[in-house]
Write a protein that binds this ligand. Structure first.
Ligand code: UZR
Ligand code: MG
Length: 202
């Protein structure tokens, strides 16, 4: 099994890169694990309390569970991946049965901040986009898809997203084997990653 970690700040285009990588690969050989699934279970908190959680801090992530799941997958066992709700800001009661695949892609802003998790990746990729580009994408996504307004997104960006990015996320770039420049969608870089994966698969 090949475990690939894909990190990078919010709005850098991780999800797009992941989708492009798996698009051309044989179906059923690639599985995806999203960091979003591993936010801490916050069921003990009220909605109001959950909204105020810092979701861009490494402590928001249940790295223990993620580590256990990656270990199980490596052993060839299936896992019950938690399902997260962005509207509830909480783990749902559902889980997603996730089978081990030849290639497992783990994606998320904070996945390379944890040393134990980092060590489990065979290939570490950091997707870079400039902060203005990322802010524009984040604004569009939160307003169009997550029902937030301009003021709210800008506030959160200034008070939380930017400081957390600078303190925790950007520094993990130094652990990357490959850095993908992604201000514009980078087809060449995606082709290269796909070639590496195909090579390992073959
Ligand atoms: P990407 N996030 C939410 O908006 N709501 C939640 O309940 C949990 C997480 C956001 C999180 C982070 N920040 O910036 C983003 N907030 O998801 C990471 N607030 O996802 O890499 O796709 O941007
Ligand atoms: Mg994403």
């Amino acid at each position: 099994m090949l475990i690939i970690g894909i990190a990078g700040g919010t709005g850098c285009g991780k999800t797009t890169v992941v989708n492009q990588i798996i698009n051309e690969l044989p179906q059923g050989e690639v599985g995806i694990i999203s960091q979003d699934s591993y936010y801490n279970d916050l069921s003990h908190l009220s909605y109001k309390e959950r909204v105020n959680i810092n979701f861009d801090h490494p402590q928001a992530i249940d790295f223990d569970l993620l580590g256990k799941h990656l270990t199980k997958l490596r052993q060839g066992k299936a896992i019950e991946q938690p399902v997260y709700s962005f509207t509830e800001h909480n783990r749902t009661k559902d889980t997603l049965l996730t089978h081990p695949r030849k290639v497992m892609i783990v994606e998320g802003i904070l996945i390379m901040t944890n040393p134990a998790i980092r060590d489990m990746f065979d290939i570490k990729i950091y997707v870079h986009a400039d902060s203005d580009e990322r802010l524009i994408r984040r604004l569009k996504r939160d307003i169009n898809e997550r029902g937030r307004d301009l003021e709210e997104v800008l506030n959160r960006y200034q008070t939380t997203l930017k400081p957390m990015h600078d303190q925790f996320i950007e520094p993990t770039k130094e652990y990357a084997d490959i850095i993908i420049p992604n201000n514009k969608y980078n087809t060449v870089a995606v082709d290269i990653v796909r070639t590496i994966i195909n090579d390992k698969l073959g």
